[in-house]
Design a binder for this molecule. Structure first.
Ligand code: GLC
Length: 553
């Protein structure tokens, strides 16, 4: 039987093959010592990222914000929040990154603003039907006196999707739509004024020299006309990844906006890129986000959501290369980010945990930490061998697990508050990084302050300790990234191998990649020279929960 060969879409733009490191600024490095990371903290640590071997960084939002949703609630799109520094700090960080050959992508949050944004404040003071209100989604309520919300939609963070306002004369008034927290009103993207404002925001950051944008909730910006009632299916994924035909996710008209932005990006030199955050039910639909005149990349969430199962992992890799290949785009690959349970824990959960629920002291199905870490390392060993662009979330290069025992009183995610503690939310993947095994806040800063508490056992994951340990997760990531670069694995073709039902196996030229997702060792046979093992083992039998790169004589 002929082996199936899959070829990555060709092209020389940097984003087709880049490994992009996600910085969550609040939790990366804290130069000011107030317990929240900042831009000068990032600048001071760029050499660590250079030595890790990444091509670019993506920064979660650092713009002016009341921080009701950790900065994904923007009050001024053209300034830096004092928590994180100043625009001058941003420029210095950008220059320092570029000087090291690291590109910089910033987060753009176009679906909604903060309720503290000047436009929303104006809308609250203005009358129903005014141009100020038309920038957001205001509607009259249902019921005799407008006392019922305009429809039955439910917020991703829990509770209803509508909030009622009090009009200027003190009477109960209209309602506004918020897919997320009530402090995050949705813009009305059918309004040309909103479109023009965002073109200008794009240009503001492009003029400063950013290499691209990660576009928040790219699938939510347009709502179905008439805002029809819709109740999600019972166990559907909260961001829409599990459902078809949701009136607020993945509407066709969103594509007009990306086509428009594609033109704005093309006004600039240097292959500036848009990467969409779009949770969609199928890879075929996901690929529509990256047709040649739209975004350049989109997150591969079907890949992220794949469980530890060989057949499922083979299928999602194959289908990803097919679906993205059909539209001439690179596939992207991602295992962790600031919204999901860290993959060194998630891949060993023994009970379902829908996206956004998180995991905390009372959760069932907590993972065995050793199995989780092994699977996490093996999964990354597969991911970084794949053609296309890969995303790495800060801390996964240390093998950090999810922080699962955060006491209730420290929780910050709006999901926790909007569900009265029924869903823990995402704090467990957002805990500040350990840089040093000793010292205050594990070297996150020199005051010991930390906006979320760091687990004591994170001393064992500190970067300085891992630097010294040849078998550490950090040194595994460095080896994978160096070898990926040396062998140009970001482009080219992949040929599937039939090794074992419990294996994911393929080769890229003379480099073989095999992962064992089963319960028994898999014998790799004769003539094997290992290039990388996801963790050390002797002989040629690949242990369960392990992956390897090797050549064969
Ligand atoms: C995106 C962000 C998430 C945020 C939400 C609302 O999904 O990744 O962190 O809460 O949008 O802005």
């Amino acid at each position: 039987m002929a082996q199936l060969e899959q070829v990555a879409s060709p092209g020389s733009e940097w984003w087709r093959t880049a490994v992009i490191y996600q910085i969550y600024p609040r939790s990366f490095a804290d130069a000011s010592g107030d317990g929240i990371g900042d831009l000068p903290g990032i600048t001071a640590r760029l050499d660590d990222l250079k030595s890790l071997g990444v091509d670019a960084i993506w920064l979660s939002p650092f713009m002016t914000s009341p921080q009701k949703d950790a900065g994904y609630d923007v009050a001024d799109y053209r300034d830096v929040d004092p928590l994180f520094g100043t625009l001058a700090d941003f420029d210095a960080m950008l220059d320092a990154a570029h000087a090291r050959g690291i590109r910089v992508i910033v987060d753009l949050v176009p679906n909604h603003s903060s309720d503290q944004h000047a436009w929303f404040q104006q809308a609250l003071k203005a009358a129903p039907g005014s141009p100020e209100r038309a920038r957001y989604v205001f509607r009259d309520g249902r019921g005799e006196n407008g006392e019922l919300p305009p429809n039955n939609w439910e917020s991703v963070f829990g509770g209803g999707m509508w909030e009622r306002v009090t009009e200027a004369d003190g009477t109960p008034g209209q309602w506004y739509l918020h897919i997320f927290d009530a402090s995050q009103p949705d813009f009305d993207w059918t309004n040309e004024e909103v479109r023009e404002e965002f073109r200008s925001i794009l240009r503001f950051w492009l003029d400063r020299g950013v290499d691209g944008f990660r576009v928040d909730v790219a699938h939510g910006m347009v709502k179905e006309a008439g805002l029809p009632d819709y109740a999600p299916v019972a166990d559907a994924d909260s961001m829409g990844g599990g459902e078809e035909n949701v009136p607020y996710w993945g509407q066709d008209e969103v594509h007009d906006i990306y086509r428009d932005w594609h033109k704005v990006m093309a006004e600039y030199d240097g292959d500036r890129a848009l990467c969409g955050e779009a949770w969609l039910p199928t890879l075929k639909k996901t690929a529509l986000w990256v047709r040649p005149d739209e975004m350049h990349q989109t997150f591969n969430f079907p890949y992220l959501m794949t469980e530890w199962d060989a057949a499922a992992l083979r299928a999602v890799i194959r289908d990803s290369l097919d679906a993205f290949g059909e539209v001439g785009a690179p596939s992207t690959w991602v295992l962790s980010n600031h919204d999901v349970i860290r993959h060194a824990s998630r891949l060993a959960l023994t009970a379902d945990s829908p996206q956004g629920d998180g995991i905390g002291p009372k959760s069932k199905g907590k993972p065995d930490p050793a199995i989780g870490l092994s699977r996490g390392r093996a999964a990354t060993t597969v991911m970084l061998s794949l053609p296309g662009s890969a995303y790495v979330y800060q801390g996964e290069e240390l093998g950090l697990p999810e922080a699962m025992e955060i006491p209730d009183e420290f929780r910050q995610d709006p999901t926790w508050f909007r569900t009265n503690g029924e869903r823990y939310g995402r704090d467990g993947c957002r805990v500040p990084l350990p840089w040093t095994a000793s010292g205050t806040a594990f070297g996150f800063n020199d005051t010991g302050a930390s906006w979320l508490p760091q687990p004591a056992e994170w001393a064992g994951f500190a970067r300085d300790a891992e630097e010294q340990d040849p078998a550490s997760t950090l040194n595994l990531y460095k080896a994978l990234l160096a070898e990926r670069r040396a062998r140009a694995l970001g482009s080219g073709s992949l040929v599937w191998d039939d090794v074992d039902a419990a294996a994911v196996a393929f080769h890229r030229g003379d480099l073989h990649v095999v992962a064992n997702l089963g319960a028994e060792p898999i014998e790799l046979g004769e003539g094997v020279t290992f290039v990388i093992q996801s963790e050390p083992f002797a002989g040629t039998a690949l242990p369960p929960n392990t992956a390897a790169w090797f050549t064969r004589a």
